[in-house]
Design a protein around this ligand. Structure first.
Ligand SMILES: NC(=O)c1ccc[n+]([C@@H]2O[C@H](COP(=O)([O-])OP(=O)(O)OC[C@H]3O[C@@H](n4cnc5c(N)ncnc54)[C@H](O)[C@@H]3O)[C@@H](O)[C@H]2O)c1
Ligand SMILES: O=C(O)CC[C@@H](O)C(=O)O
Length: 528
């Protein structure tokens, strides 16, 4: 089947080659559609690749019934409605490393442009003014650079600033003092950084928590004559507060690559001579554009071939060496989830998944997602996948918990799913047998040994002579062949279970007939 990919923003041609050269992938490059045209066409695509221009909104995602993956050739994903993507099972991938150097270099260029008034002096000279007095700058050496956000770009900026013999102080709530010290960076609170910086540069993502992080109160804490840089995201700095702080003389200069609303042609900050600006060029280098396009193309290619992606944004990323170990269990986890949903036939309110034996030593979160995907797919159909499984379970009020135990319980590995609801509590367990694939080994307290595949019938009955024969002849009457049969009982003459694998689905008529037999307590058809 052909996998249709839309490239809706300009991306490096070289970087798109992995997709263009792949078999079974059809790529539509930059058709120049407006918002309405994009919305009309999006339905025919499995993947969309964007930079920061295309707004991948909830409305667009909800129209895109075939969309499976959104690739962002860059870091920031604030032009993508992540919640809508997750809810609709659309995986979002980005290219977090490819433009780090370019953005850090651009930040340094902005700091230097500010410190030596380069754009203003250039502009004056172009206006035929040879004015040396107006453009006296300051040295960076021994000035303090305050960095807010010491991630990939913040750290690269710190290293470059140290090369300029600046003192660097940084704040990042997800960074340790020890790590900062190893980088030769002083670690401080946000307030310490705001108070100390001669130059302050922000390098956080735009989040609820970072929106207007640099606001009037923050400017009030800063040194008089501070210079501000934003090459991260518009909105981290409150533009109105920045305008006022420049007007009042508190802020001597600001260098901005990003803005609250982009693109624009009129902006009040650009009327101020103290403001230096570029139109979101931090990642615009030949090198960065090639690498981000290659990275994101490879992830989309991997996804189209059913492989794990490297840079997922809306689900945890699992390193390939770990993925290699857990992948064989995906199928088992999903089948157990589907089996127990079919068995209970009712909505569950709680799911407890236990991983035993060898599984106690490996990353289990992807297995839980697969188990919950299997569990919910009967209610939610084909749009459930491992991207949205936990999100949708939560939204349906289903409490999911996972635990590990090293106790082997007779198996080298064992996944047990216990579900509770109005029906009570039920349990299934399965194992991966070396060389033989997945096996269903427990249903409630009964022991069985069945490949969880194809058509099955689970019959709960009383342990009495003749039940098995009557069951066999009833099923045969409906012209259905029994492939395997497993029986277990609690005690002689007590409750028992019979699980048949059969060659085709057991229709309602046959089910009703079996259910009407005296010894039968329940009968359930399961199609895995
Ligand atoms: N101008 C451009 O063209 C351009 C290019 C690349 C990246 N960016 C932007 O630069 C920013 C940084 O990118 P990155 O690759 O370094 O990301 P990153 O995820 O590596 O780093 C972000 C850092 O911000 C920290 N952080 C989060 N919340 C914080 C808070 N409240 N206060 C302080 N720190 C906080 C995180 O702990 C993390 O270390 C992003 O907004 C990204 O979109 C812009
Ligand atoms: O696509 C771009 O040029 C902007 C990229 C940049 O803002 C990012 O977040 O990676």
């Amino acid at each position: 089947m052909t996998f249709h990919v839309l490239i809706s923003d300009p991306l490096s041609e070289e970087g798109l080659k992995p997709l263009q050269e792949a078999e079974n992938i059809e790529v539509v490059i930059n058709p120049g559609w407006n918002e309405q045209e994009l919305s009309d066409q999006i339905d025919s695509f499995d993947a969309i690749l964007v930079r920061s221009q295309t707004q991948v909104t909830r409305a667009l995602i909800e129209k895109a019934s075939n969309l499976k993956i959104i690739g962002r050739a860059g870091v920031g994903v604030d032009n993508i409605d992540l919640e809508a993507a997750t809810e609709n099972g659309v995986i979002v991938v980005n290219a977090p490393n490819g433009n780090t150097n370019s953005a850090a270099e651009h930040t340094m260029a902005m700091i230097m442009a500010l410190s030596r008034n380069i754009p203003q002096a250039y502009h004056a000279l172009k206006q035929k003014q040879w004015d040396r007095k107006r453009f006296v700058g300051v040295e960076l050496k021994q000035k303090t650079l305050g960095i807010v956000g010491l991630g990939r770009i913040g750290a690269e900026v710190a290293a470059r600033a140290k090369g300029q013999r600046m003192n660097v102080i940084a704040y990042d709530p997800f960074f340790t003092e020890e790590k900062a010290e190893q980088m030769g960076v002083q670690y401080g609170t946000l307030e310490d950084v705001l108070r100390a910086g001669d130059f302050i540069t922000v390098h956080t993502p735009l989040l609820k928590e970072t929106k207007h992080l640099i606001n009037k109160d923050a400017f009030d804490l800063m040194k008089d004559g501070v210079q501000i840089v934003n090459c991260a995201r518009g909105g981290i700095i409150d533009e109105d507060a920045l305008y006022d702080a420049i007007q009042s003389g508190k802020v001597a200069g600001a260098a901005l690559d990003v803005f609250e609303q982009e693109p624009f042609t009129e902006h009040k900050l650009l009327t101020l001579p103290e403001v230096v600006a570029t139109p979101h060029l931090g990642a615009s280098t030949v090198e960065a554009q090639e690498v981000v396009a290659i990275d994101v193309s490879h992830d989309v290619l991997r996804f189209s071939q059913g492989e794990a992606v490297r840079n997922p944004v809306n689900m945890p990323s699992v390193p390939s060496e770990i993925m290699y170990k857990i992948e064989p269990y995906f199928h088992l986890a999903e089948k157990l989830g589907t089996f127990i949903t079919d068995l209970t036939k009712e909505v569950v309110s709680e799911v407890k998944i236990t991983y035993a034996g060898d599984l106690a030593d490996i990353e289990i979160a992807p297995l839980t997602r697969n188990a919950v995907k299997g569990l919910l797919k009967r209610y939610l159909g084909s749009r459930i996948n491992d991207v949205n499984a936990l999100f949708l379970a939560d939204r349906k009020g289903i409490e999911v918990s996972e635990s590990k135990t090293s106790s082997k319980k007779g198996f080298t590995n064992l996944i047990t799913i216990e579900v509770s609801g109005k029906f009570g509590t039920r349990k299934v367990a399965g194992t991966l047998l070396n060389g033989l694939g997945p096996r269903l080994v427990r249903v409630d307290e009964y022991r069985v040994d069945i490949t969880p595949e194809g058509h099955m019938v689970v019959i709960q009955h009383r342990d009495q002579p003749g039940v098995i024969g009557r069951m066999g002849s009833t099923i045969a009457k409906h012209d259905i062949n029994i492939a395997t049969m497993q029986v277990d009982r609690s005690d002689i003459g007590g409750d028992a279970i019979m699980i048949l694998t059969i060659d085709r689905h057991l229709a309602d008529e046959a089910l009703n007939e079996i259910e009407s037999l005296d010894e039968i307590k329940s009968v359930t058809a399961i199609d895995l």
